[in-house]
Write a protein that binds this ligand. Structure first.
Ligand code: ATP
Ligand code: MG
Length: 492
């Protein structure tokens, strides 16, 4: 338990709680001075207050003023030399960028939603109106910046108790809060996952009832929340909540499809939904890399399509890595995830995720290790991390055997890498040089020679070395009745 939550327990019985000791940033005093002159009310609100009370590292500061956010921001901007002001007129908000933080100013507002429109009617309002439109009790906390009440907590919905009990709860009836802005369903699950909180049962029921409303929210906003879930300490908590609430089929039907066990007689396969989540959590303990985490979540998505029951072998998922790899780009497109390097990386890991384990089951040949190094390139460490995490068998002997074999694979990789530098291997003679060696124009023969050269290096027939490569090519070309040009004749 942190010092602050101790503090909460001592003070939550009292009428008021003063947090001025936490208002260390200079901007709070500046705002306080400005509103003292104009006679306005202003408060720190939302995530910044919550994070003070959770003793979390706080991020951006949100300030709500009963009046014009833009005017207050402009006044603050004038006090801080070198700050930058951005005004968002159509939202009635403004941001002052200071050296160490961003401060967002908004006028207190009342929002009312019409059933047939996603856009609320926005009017000027009181602090209370503004707190009513917030998503959760723990996000509706405000700290008074007026001189006479400086530092006092304003907590109309018992957010302090919910912080103490680790509860996510909507301030109003959940059906209203979620129907007004269905993104809040994703946010509830995101905060629960990030903070390790529970969602209060009625709030959770609200999500279950409203789940289909998520369809009106733009993918970008959903994916923002999804990525925050993926980057949480135990991301499976969030994916399980998405599943339990009925949101998952709208967002990641491919993951939903992993759930369940088929049986023929006594023989069932493992539940690939829970297996994938276990792999995701294991990878997440070892790495903060968002894309490695995505690869872990998606590594088995090819399984439902490739599932077969065979009398002899039982349940099989032949080629599921390849089928799964082919599914990744459609998912990235739908979720509006980046389609460059990140996509390629996830595809590669999904495709190759069986390779080290297959390797470790057989005798580990140099040639197989070279091919793995060549195909995985710089991502080979991440691939090994994924593969080691993929071993979720309950059979301890089996697990130990695999992990031992992985050690052998790793040792061999290291030896071969030191010797042959395969990782970012480019064949030692390029296609262009092959053309000039044999006076060829671009033609299939160039590709044939180039591939044979690559295979020769990967199979250890020659070293990854220029002179050896030239000699190899000249010998091979002879078999096709081709002679090298003068410059290369000596080297045959
Ligand atoms: P973090 O910045 O750590 O993600 P946060 O709580 O600061 O968490 P923001 O998205 O920065 O989240 O929003 C700031 C505040 O604005 C929230 O604490 C909440 O009071 C309010 N808020 C944000 N999004 C919504 C929403 N969709 N519905 C209602 N209130 C919201
Ligand atoms: Mg924030």
């Amino acid at each position: 338990m942190t010092e602050t939550t101790d503090n909460i327990q001592q003070q939550s019985g009292q009428q008021t709680m003063n947090l001025k000791q936490y208002l260390t940033h200079k901007v709070f005093n500046v705002v306080s001075d400005i509103i003292a002159e104009s006679g306005q009310q202003a408060y720190v609100i939302g995530g910044y207050v919550r994070d003070i009370l959770l003793a979390r590292k706080s991020k951006d500061i949100d300030i709500v003023v009963v009046g014009s956010g833009i005017e207050l921001a402009t006044a603050v901007h004038k006090v801080f030399k070198g700050s930058r002001l951005s005004v968002f007129k159509s939202f009635g908000t403004a941001m002052v960028k200071l050296r160490d933080t961003e401060v967002e100013f908004v006028g207190a507002r009342r929002e009312s939603y019409q059933h047939d429109s996603r856009k609320p009617i926005v009017e000027d309002g009181t602090l209370e109106d503004d707190q009513n439109r917030r998503d959760f009790t723990i996000n509706a906390l405000a700290i008074d910046l007026r001189k006479e009440y400086y530092g006092e907590l304003v907590d109309p919905f018992g957010g302090l108790y919910d912080l103490d009990d680790l509860i996510i709860r909507t301030p109003l009836e959940p059906g209203i809060t979620f129907s007004d802005d269905p993104l809040r369903m994703m946010r509830a699950i995101r905060f629960a996952t990030q903070l390790g909180f529970d969602i209060e049962p009625e709030t959770f029921d609200g999500i279950v009832r409203m789940a289909s409303r998520i369809e009106i929210i733009s993918m970008e906003r959903i994916t923002d929340e999804l990525n925050k879930i993926m980057l949480s300490p135990v991301p499976s908590l969030g994916i399980k909540l998405l599943e339990k609430s009925g949101l998952l089929p709208y967002i990641l039907p491919e993951i939903q499809a992993l759930k369940g066990v088929d049986r023929v007689g006594q023989r069932g396969h493992k539940d690939n939904f829970y297996h994938s989540l276990q792999v995701l959590d294991t990878v997440s303990q070892k790495s903060d890399n968002l894309w490695l985490r995505w690869a872990a979540l998606l590594h088995d998505i090819g399984k439902p399509k490739t599932k077969r029951y065979e009398e002899k072998q039982g349940w099989t998922f032949h080629n599921h890595n390849f089928v799964g790899m082919k599914m990744v780009s459609a998912i990235f497109r739908r979720l509006k995830l980046p389609l460059g390097q990140e996509l390629k990386y996830v595809e590669k890991l999904v495709e190759l995720h069986m390779r080290p384990i297959v390797l470790s089951e057989d005798e580990v040949t140099d040639s197989a290790v070279r091919r793995l190094l060549f195909e995985a390139g710089d991502d080979v460490e991440d691939l090994m991390c994924l593969c080691e995490s993929d071993i979720t068998s309950k059979n301890e002997d089996k697990v130990q055997r695999f992990l031992r074999n992985f050690k052998i694979v790793r040792r061999k990789m290291k030896e071969i890498e030191e010797k042959d530098h395969i990782r970012n291997f480019q064949p030692p003679v390029s296609g262009e040089e092959i053309m000039s060696m044999f006076n060829l124009s671009p033609s299939p023969m160039v590709g044939i020679l180039k591939n044979a050269l690559k295979d020769a290096v990967l199979d250890g027939i020659i070293h990854n070395d220029y002179d050896e490569a030239v000699a190899f090519l000249i010998n091979l070309a002879k078999e096709h009745d081709m002679q090298p040009t003068k410059k290369y004749e000596q080297q045959g």
